[in-house]
Design a protein around this ligand. Structure first.
Ligand SMILES: NC(=O)c1ccc[n+]([C@@H]2O[C@H](COP(=O)([O-])OP(=O)(O)OC[C@H]3O[C@@H](n4cnc5c(N)ncnc54)[C@H](O)[C@@H]3O)[C@@H](O)[C@H]2O)c1
Length: 444
């Protein structure tokens, strides 16, 4: 059965170089860049990346067609990626990767040191108010918002010219900003433009980067929970101008587990009394999130998941009274090696209580880097396929997926995976897979 929405007429080939601009050159971005450079040279395996290692089933189960995703859809090759970045600190990618302490110096940094040293960040559009625990000085000489917006645009164009790239994607891998709710300033482009000129305090640097990207026709993916592109005016602009956008907040560790376990409870109609999630984390991200006004942004992103999955309004008896708590504690000795604990109090047959404990000893940036890579390659694919506006099929990668206004996000990891796979099939004009499966049993 074909999808009722016609597939894109064609997908432009991934010819030439793909420029990737990361906002932020910290733990995630440096781990991403180093990992891709290692993979290019056959010195490391891009584990965790669907675009590099995943397969996709096509047609019937009996057809035996399960190509690699990258052989099925025309993705940019790792060899064609060219890097650029902004950061509040002047450290090049070699120093950033060494400082982050995610990858082993001898095994995974030294052999590519020359390439990493060449990736030097441009000066950041930054205001201390939005991340007070960061005291970097490698910033634009102004905090005037119009001037910062213009400077970001100029940076994009200089990068394009100097590196001779054919296409550009921007991905936010910078710190989480303080919590901001969308307001009148973010409702229309006219209001947003006025707010920029008035240096309105509700205009955060992430919004300026996102707007600059859109003004330059560059797809934008948002790895943190900041609003950035998730507001009415930029959504509309991206749709009107056919530029792919997606967000928010890489789904890497604890929320990844949550979006696997909670759908399981719901599928089996097991009740939930409480879910207590806590983390210890010692990297710079943890330090920034130690400020309550920054943590609030992260908390909002992490808390929405259960409510959306369990849908208490329609399942009041099982999920009407859930105590859900999420905390992140800055604990320097652990560095990037986050530990996420979950205590889950569930309820079974006749109301008997049970418990599930999860202790995920993860590595934050090792989990985030492959997601960032996939988002870059899929955002570029979306652009070449003519898909603008919110890319809901990329929800798979996000804690707090951006959706059309009024549309509840889909959080269940495997529903998200099917949505992503079906979108790839749809882009390539292949049949959708519904899992009905009558064809294997119906008589011919
Ligand atoms: N690692 C994960 O598992 C994970 C998961 C979900 C979301 N995230 C988010 O990804 C982002 C990056 O995480 P990280 O561990 O790399 O953090 P990090 O602190 O190591 O790196 C962020 C970098 O961004 C820079 N920065 C801050 N504001 C900037 C600005 N306005 N312009 C340019 N650079 C700026 C900082 O100086 C820093 O070097 C954070 O927002 C984090 O919350 C990470």
């Amino acid at each position: 059965m074909s999808s009722p929405t016609p597939s894109p007429k064609s997908v432009a080939p991934a010819e030439g170089k793909l420029g990737v601009l990361t906002v932020g050159l910290g733990a995630v971005a440096s781990t991403l860049i180093a990992g891709v450079e290692l993979a290019k040279r056959g010195q490391g395996t891009p584990i965790g990346s669907m675009t590099q290692m995943g397969t996709i089933r096509l047609g019937k189960r009996t057809d035996g067609r399960t190509p690699l995703v990258k052989d099925f859809v025309p993705l940019a090759r790792l060899e064609d990626i060219v890097w650029g970045a902004w950061d509040v600190f002047p450290d090049d990618a070699y120093v950033a990767a060494s400082r982050a302490g995610v990858l082993e110096q001898g095994k995974h940094i030294e052999s590519i040191s020359e390439t990493l040293r060449e990736i030097r960040p441009m000066k950041a559009a930054f205001e201390r108010r939005f991340a007070r625990n960061l005291d970097g000085t490698h910033t634009m000489d102004t905090v005037d918002k119009r001037a910062m917006l213009n400077a970001i645009r100029a940076d994009i164009n200089r990068f394009r010219d100097e590196k001779k790239v054919d296409r550009v994607v921007m991905i936010w891998c910078a710190s989480t900003e303080i919590y901001i709710e969308p307001g009148a300033q973010h409702a229309t482009i006219e209001a947003f433009e006025k707010a920029i000129d008035a240096n309105d305090e509700m205009i955060a640097p992430s919004m300026l980067y996102a707007y600059a990207a859109l003004l330059e026709g560059v797809p934008f993916a948002n790895g943190s929970p900041n609003l950035a592109v998730d507001m009415p005016c930029l959504r509309q602009y991206a749709t009107d101008n056919n530029i792919p956008i997606s967000g928010k907040d890489f789904k890497t560790g604890q929320t990844l587990m949550k979006t696997v376990l909670a759908p399981m409870l719901k599928a089996r109609q097991l009740g939930l009394a409480g879910w207590y999630s806590t983390n210890i984390l010692g990297n710079r991200d943890g330090e920034v999130l130690d400020a309550p006004e920054n943590f609030k942004t992260k908390e909002e992103s992490k808390l929405g998941v259960l409510e959306d999955i369990l849908d208490p309004a329609n399942n009041p008896e099982l999920y009407g009274n859930v105590f859900h708590k999420v905390s992140i504690n800055y604990y320097p000795p652990r560095g990037d090696n986050k530990e996420g604990w979950d205590n889950i109090d569930i309820v079974g047959w006749m109301g008997y209580p049970m418990q599930i404990k999860v202790d995920f000893l993860c590595r934050d940036s090792i989990l985030a880097a492959p997601l960032a890579l996939d988002l870059i390659l899929y955002s570029d694919l979306a652009q070449r396929a003519g898909l603008g506006g919110i890319q809901e099929w990329l929800s798979f990668y996000y804690k707090s997926p951006q959706t059309a206004p009024g549309l509840r996000p889909e959080h269940d990891l495997f529903v998200q995976l099917e949505k992503l796979h079906n979108t790839l099939r749809w882009i390539m004009n292949e049949d959708q897979i519904t899992h009905l499966g009558r064809e294997y049993y119906d008589q011919a």
